[in-house]
Design a protein around this ligand. Structure first.
Ligand code: AHR
Length: 503
């Protein structure tokens, strides 16, 4: 058996974990909206047509913020299509996903759904085919109290009180050639700056997120940020990061090491923001919004086939990745990476939430179940709030194709507001358990309350509607805390949540 050591000290803090680190994303894509959150006629639909089983599954995750309505979709979206009497809303071709958008669900309906699940809306404006004028218009429609044409239209459409949307994305992945209205970094930086200025003139209390590179693998990553931030630094609050990983070759050790890249991406992005800050002699710190992250690759081939057969249908079953156990481990490591960078990453959105690369799946007319990745997200959202601690970890390491010195034990720790401590660990070792020696002496008297475990002997095991609990958490016996020290066995290939409370 391997051994590792971790020292935690209540005074060695990374920073407060922003609750919005546990955000998610619903795009008008595939069956996320239609057949996902919204299915009038389903036996469990509520008076607005929203599935109550999905609402319960989302509420259980405690998602505080949901990005909406896209994604690539937003870059061709006309927000006005999505308000007013539903029967009069236009059907439009969506060039992002080659489907037809019916606009049955729009801003009012989505805001009502978000209220039901207890989340705030993070609204993306279209800076692809549209520009600053339509962006400021939707802020006025959503957030102005009334007495102007657009805010009065909202009131006439049934919503007297402003929606009070606090967080706005200035477009989506504007560096990508797949994006409608792709821009150069200068074009985007200028557009984002003008949009941000005008949106904030309408409502000075909002915060805005500028598009960083759509992945650290983009050839323009770095240059894009330096150039666009040079144009808009003073008027924006966050820069976005997006990253998806896959394991098409079946190399589990290499796949589980991918958070080395994620960590690097965050540090590089933070450094670039600070370089622009320095160049501009600014006192303002731009923070990071990791507003798309997940595993995404299982459905790629299937999607190509769907488009060959059924292009332009409504709610095509796109991006329906079926997640296995190793995906849950990587998602756990991605959450650990976010927590370890909680001083810089203030917002993060698991992409996405229902049916589309999602922790929650539904069958239209049928059931709703949790995919494997649901569980690490649930645990992190439930027990990862408080203050992130700087864990000192001494772990064995391994080498794989892309990285050297990958720690076998990937870990983060959080001090809760109640004085309890939670340690999240992934044991990346394919074969060996690891005995973790945990030093908690600085916290005074603690006792171990829980050891939650996610493990399956088969890394390819999945949950399905028929067998929804194939991969689900269990509890291990708790270890004794003796003089502030504990010895905890972490099984090979496992996600662990070690919860300690004041004795
Ligand atoms: O989340 C799926 C897609 O991934 C989003 O629409 C886009 O922003 C990203 O490329």
């Amino acid at each position: 058996m391997k051994t590792a050591k971790m020292i935690l000290d209540r005074d060695y803090r990374i920073g407060k974990v922003d609750d919005r680190l546990f955000g998610s994303f619903i795009e008008h894509l595939g069956r996320a909206v239609y057949g996902g959150i919204y299915e009038p006629g389903h036996p469990l639909a509520d008076e607005l047509g929203f599935r109550t089983d999905v609402i319960e599954a989302v509420k259980n995750l405690g998602v505080p913020v949901v990005r909406y309505p896209g994604g690539n979709f937003v870059s061709g979206f006309r927000w006005e299509d999505s308000v007013g009497p539903a029967a009069e809303r236009p059907r439009r071709l969506d060039l992002a996903w080659f489907t037809t958008e019916t606009n049955e669900v729009g801003l009012h309906e989505f805001a009502a759904w978000a209220e039901k699940v207890g989340a705030e809306v993070m609204y993306a404006v279209n800076l692809g085919t549209r520009g600053p004028e339509q962006a400021r218009d939707v802020v006025e429609y959503a957030n102005h109290r009334g007495g102007s044409a657009l805010s009065d239209r909202r009131i006439a459409n049934g919503r007297r009180e402003p929606f009070d949307i606090r967080l706005w994305c200035l477009g989506n992945e504007m560096d990508g050639p797949w994006q409608m209205g792709q821009k150069t970094a200068v074009e985007y930086g200028r557009t984002a700056n003008e949009a941000a200025k005008m949106m904030k003139w309408v409502d000075p209390t909002i915060e805005v997120v500028a598009c960083g590179s759509s992945s650290s693998e983009m050839p323009t990553f770095g240059d894009w940020e330096l150039t666009m931030l040079n144009e808009c630094y003073d008027n924006i609050d966050y820069v976005s990061l997006h990253r998806y990983y896959g394991n098409p070759t079946g190399d589990t050790a290499g796949f589980l090491a991918r958070t080395m890249d994620m960590d690097d991406f965050i540090h590089t992005m933070g450094s670039i923001c600070d370089a622009v800050k320095g160049k501009k002699h600014s006192k303002k710190q731009v923070q990071l919004s990791f507003d798309e992250w997940n595993v995404w690759y299982h459905s790629n081939e299937q999607d190509r086939e769907i488009w060959k057969r059924e292009k332009w249908d409504r709610a095509l079953p796109l991006l329906e990745d079926v997640y296995n156990f190793e995906d849950a481990l990587l998602v756990g490591s991605m959450l650990i990476t976010l927590l370890r960078n909680a001083d810089r990453v203030r917002i993060a959105c698991l992409a996405q939430l229902v049916n589309v690369i999602a922790p929650i799946m539904t069958r239209s007319g049928g059931g709703c179940w949790a995919q494997t990745i649901y569980y690490p997200f649930l645990h992190a959202s439930r027990y990862g709030r408080g203050t992130a601690l700087r864990a000192v970890v001494d772990s064995p390491v391994y080498d794989c194709r892309d990285y050297e010195g990958v720690p076998v034990i990937d870990a983060a720790a959080v001090l809760g507001d109640d004085g309890g401590v939670t340690v999240f660990c992934v044991n990346r070792d394919l074969a060996e358990d690891c005995m973790l020696a945990l030093d908690l002496r600085s916290f005074g008297d603690l006792r171990m309350r829980d050891h939650l475990l996610l493990h399956h002997d088969d890394v390819k095991a999945v949950n399905t509607e028929a067998d929804p609990r194939q991969v689900c958490p269990s509890s291990l016996p708790t270890a004794a805390v003796d003089g502030g020290r504990a010895q905890i066995r972490l099984p090979a290939l496992s996600w662990n949540v070690l919860r300690f409370e004041r004795a």
